[in-house]
Ligand binder design. Structure first.
Ligand code: HEC
Length: 369
């Protein structure tokens, strides 16, 4: 089935980006150019100058800074071009987000000076069929989700890919080295046959119930009781409550589970990764532009990324959200990856971060959300 091919593609992307065979040290995706290196507060050209990150940290490729000057941009969950309330893990710490661009995408932004809004082509009226902004094939962009491990039991921690990061406390503005664990990873990859990119999303397996055999039975985003998930996020981004924050339960909607075929592909890859920390990660979904018939025929760039033209589409029976990233966007298929990013299609080839962070940045943070 088509889903099996795309899920296999997602796993291959994941394996390449975490390179389990590599010795200790940063994984390929951690060496991507972080958002703060590309988009500077003052519009200056991309560079890893310490002044460009909110911790003024001196970094080598692969070093990680989880911080933002506003204190909220690395914490808010995403809506259509704006930011929403944060997500808190069971240890009272906020889940932190970081976008990274591979060399192909990074060089393309630098060459075209798309870090400056004045250099981003305006979307003409009438709207053209193909985006004015096009990234080259081979561009890969990731968004990773991390949580500080402090307060989690050893049994829980040891099931995560963990590393040291420089983390900025949003309340005090102070930065400190902290051990963080990877909870979620989005991977988008632009290919010659899919100019709408292929959208893949992974979670650490203890993020939400059900518990896996042999797992500690405690979850990153759920306390293990039968307390329900709130219908709306009880936390506001502005003002942001000081950590530790009282956590709430997150559950994956029973009506929209991980697709059974995806679970079968997961079982096969996790078996291949047995003994590696990466066997504790699973693909939760792939989204791709739908095309009838032979899947090797390239999809035209004129095809958009709305629900009618993407999997799982309007009548979805499987999930289209990552529990650690689009936690409260689980119920309406219109809130899936591609349909939401489709709004950034003509202006930035689906990449919302470019539309929002090109200088001067345009980041809407609705009050009280
Ligand atoms: C409701 C809207 C929405 C949904 C749903 C959504 N995203 Fe995003 N996403 C955003 C916004 C907005 C940003 C930019 C945030 C920023 O830079 O501050 C973003 C950023 C990203 C990035 C970094 C590159 C970029 O576009 O800027 C990736 C990769 C990504 N999302 C993948 C996904 C995947 C995979 C899914 C589905 C599992 C998904 N997104 C679902 C709105 C959404």
């Amino acid at each position: 089935m088509t889903i099996d091919f795309f899920d296999d593609f997602s796993w291959r992307s994941f394996v390449a980006l975490i390179a389990p065979g590599a010795p200790d040290g940063p994984r390929p995706f951690e060496k991507f150019h972080p958002l703060w290196e590309v988009f500077h507060e003052d519009g200056s050209a991309p560079s890893a100058d310490p002044a460009a990150n909110a911790c003024a940290a001196k970094t080598a490729p692969g070093d990680m800074v989880l911080a933002s000057f506003s204190g909220i941009h690395d914490i808010g969950q995403t809506a259509d071009g704006s930011l929403l309330g944060p997500l808190v893990a069971q240890n009272g710490r906020y889940v932190r987000y970081l976008t990274g661009y591979n060399d192909v995408a990074y060089r393309h932004i630098v060459k075209n000076q798309w870090y400056l809004r004045s250099h981003l082509p305006e979307v003409p009226v009438p709207r053209p069929p193909v985006p004015a902004v096009q990234f080259p094939n081979g561009s890969v962009v990731v968004k990773s989700a991390w949580v500080e491990m402090e307060g989690f039991s050893e049994a829980q921690r040891k099931r995560f890919y963990t590393r040291l990061a420089t983390v900025r406390d949003p309340d005090s503005g102070k930065c400190a080295q902290s051990v963080v664990g990877l909870v979620g990873l989005h991977i988008v990859r632009k290919t010659a046959s899919r100019p709408q990119w292929i959208w893949s999303s992974f979670e650490q397996v203890d993020t939400v119930p059900p518990a896996e055999p042999g797992a500690p039975g405690r979850f990153t985003l759920h306390d293990g009781t039968d307390a329900a998930m709130p219908a709306v996020n009880p936390l506001a981004l502005v003002p942001l409550a000081k950590q530790p924050v009282k956590p709430f339960n997150v559950v994956r909607s029973a009506k929209l589970p991980i697709h059974p075929n995806t679970m079968a592909t997961n079982a096969a890859y996790r078996k291949l990764l047995a003994g590696s920390i990466w066997s504790n990660y699973q693909l939760v979904l792939t989204q791709w532009p739908l095309a009838p018939g032979d899947q090797s025929i390239p999809v035209a760039a004129t095809q958009a990324g709305d629900i009618f033209e993407t999997f799982p589409g309007e009548g979805a029976t499987s999930t289209f959200s990552n529990m650690a990233m689009e936690t409260f966007n689980q119920s309406r298929p219109a809130q899936g990856c591609m349909n939401c990013h489709n709004r950034a299609r003509l202006g930035a080839d689906f990449l919302y971060s470019v539309l929002m962070h090109a200088y001067p940045a345009k980041i809407v943070v609705p009050a009280g959300k």
